[in-house]
Write a protein that binds this ligand. Structure first.
Ligand SMILES: Nc1ncnc2c1ncn2[C@@H]1O[C@H](COP(=O)(O)OP(=O)(O)OP(=O)(O)O)[C@@H](O)[C@H]1O
Ligand code: NI
Length: 345
């Protein structure tokens, strides 16, 4: 068996919940997907669908308590990392798995130079001399596109613009040459021009650093730009998984179709009518059924439907795609007939 055929990351039936005064929040409820080596997987879905909790469960960044990984496995390079000790998890984070978050301001310490912070990221995991770590910090700043890196290395975070700060954060995340980079809405706080530059940068770095990326966004425009594969989440469940072509050209789940209708240039700019169900007392059947114009009696009973194969790479959790069913009317041709947003709600 060659090791490289096995996915780098394999999340199986992950369930993460939070114990709150109002009850148990089922934030991530049986999520499974893979990330292959060198690929970019985007997790997309509305606010509250469980994207961040899924990604933060990988290295157990969620606060525990109130959080709890109640079930499932997270295989990273073949090893179930849900069973690691706190020390092993600390070594994993910032080591083989780097994180980048939405707000670069919060990720950097204002009282230390960026060079110091990059050196710390390196020396926390590797035994290198201060001089070597400093040179490595300069190289990293160059790699993430910071001009005059050799002098900028001694500057403090407030001396950088928002976009440049996020580049520094990316440099820190890459400092130990991780196998996996987890980026949770890394461009949401930046303006669109800077966003495009950061997306380009990540694309280039992916090749240079040979790193897999899990990228979280609620913006399908960003997904179209950078994803190899897409995981569509809704209310703690995976609704659809496919290649970027599958999801954009033959979206199968009514939720995915509704999300696509909200893209600029499509039939509507209105958000999907209705809102996410309560994560404390989620409805029976498909979590999306009360917002879905295709829903029938079958959709509101039992469990979330299993993931049915449309092709080996393209899977969808919807009763209309049960083997032998006809599926949904083809969404590709006439975009004016919106399955959800065009309904009379
Ligand atoms: N510490 C916590 N305590 C209680 N509930 C939480 C906690 N963290 C997250 N949740 C809940 O878990 C659910 C999933 O949240 P999550 O942050 O993963 O959503 P998301 O898809 O990342 O949304 P957004 O696009 O707004 O970032 C939500 O209902 C949220 O309120
Ligand atoms: Ni989030």
């Amino acid at each position: 068996m060659t090791m490289t055929d096995e996915p780098l990351l394999s999340i199986r039936n992950l369930r993460t919940r939070f114990h709150t005064d109002d009850g148990v929040v089922e934030a991530v409820d049986g999520v499974s997907f893979d990330v292959a080596r060198g690929e970019t997987v985007c997790i997309v879905g509305e606010s509250g669908s469980g994207k961040s909790v899924t990604s933060e469960s990988i290295t157990q960044l969620i606060p525990m308590p109130p959080g709890e990984i109640a079930d499932g496995e997270v295989y990273f390079d073949g090893e179930d990392v849900t069973t690691l000790s706190d020390g092993e998890l600390r070594a994993l984070r910032g080591g083989r798995i780097g994180h980048v978050f939405q707000n670069p301001q919060g990720a950097l310490n204002p009282v230390y130079t960026v060079g110091y912070q990059i050196r710390e990221a390196i020396t926390a995991h590797h035994d290198v001399s201060k001089a070597d770590a400093r040179q490595r910090a300069i190289d990293l700043l160059e790699d993430v596109g910071i001009p005059e890196a050799a002098t900028r290395v001694d500057d403090y975070p407030h001396e950088f613009s928002g976009g440049m700060k996020q580049r520094v954060v990316i440099a820190i995340a890459l400092a130990c040459e991780p196998d996996l980079l987890i980026a949770d809405e890394p461009t949401t706080a930046l303006d669109v021009t800077i966003e495009a530059q950061i997306l380009d940068l990540l694309d280039n770095l992916q090749d240079e650093y040979d790193v897999s990326i899990v990228f979280i966004t609620h913006d399908l425009g960003v997904v179209a730009e950078i994803a190899d594969r897409v995981v569509v989440m809704y209310a703690g469940k995976v609704m659809e998984v496919g290649t970027v072509e599958d999801v954009f050209e033959t979206p199968a789940h009514p939720y995915t179709q509704a999300l696509l209708e909200c893209l600029p240039g499509r039939s509507t700019l209105e958000p999907i009518p209705g809102s996410l169900p309560s994560p404390i007392d989620p409805p029976d059947g498909c979590r999306f059924h009360d917002r879905c114009t295709y829903a029938n009696g079958e959709c509101s009973v039992g469990e979330q439907p299993p993931m049915y194969d449309r092709s080996p790479e393209h899977r969808v959790s919807c009763v209309h795609w049960e083997p032998g069913s006809d599926g949904l009317p083809e969404p590709g041709g006439d975009r004016d007939v919106s399955p959800v947003a065009g309904g009379d709600r």
